[in-house]
Design a protein. Structure first.
Length: 116
């Protein structure tokens, strides 16, 4: 059994809302400590114009979580990929052999970083 004590869900402008909110909901119900991290600030608007206030910003993300989740959506995936800080964190988690989940379009980030 995998125990996920802490999970970050990255939110970039244009993220697919269901691809972020559903994993957040399910993991919180399972007892994981999920924190949303806004890529460009705490207030982030999804691809269907729903605004979410993130718990923290990328500047507050540490390496103590068990997993990061990258929701897809357009232009959310492109905005995640354009964020140098996001790319740095993804590489750091990959090198530490931590879990990285990428949903829908977001695996393209991992592919282009040659992490698949």
């Amino acid at each position: 059994m995998i125990y996920l004590d802490k999970v970050y869900v990255f939110l970039a402008e244009g993220f697919e809302e269901i691809e972020a909110v559903v994993p957040i909901d399910i993991l919180r119900r399972a007892g994981a400590k999920v924190q949303t991290a806004g890529v460009s600030g705490k207030r982030v608007r999804g691809s269907h114009n729903i605004e979410i206030t993130a718990d923290i910003t990328l500047d507050d993300v540490t390496d103590d979580a068990a997993m990061i989740i990258l929701p897809g959506g357009m232009p959310g995936t492109d905005n995640l990929q354009k964020s140098q800080k996001t790319v740095e964190i993804v590489k750091k988690y990959y090198n530490a052999e931590k879990y990285i989940a990428a949903i829908c379009a977001a695996p393209k980030i991992l592919g282009e970083l040659e992490l698949l």
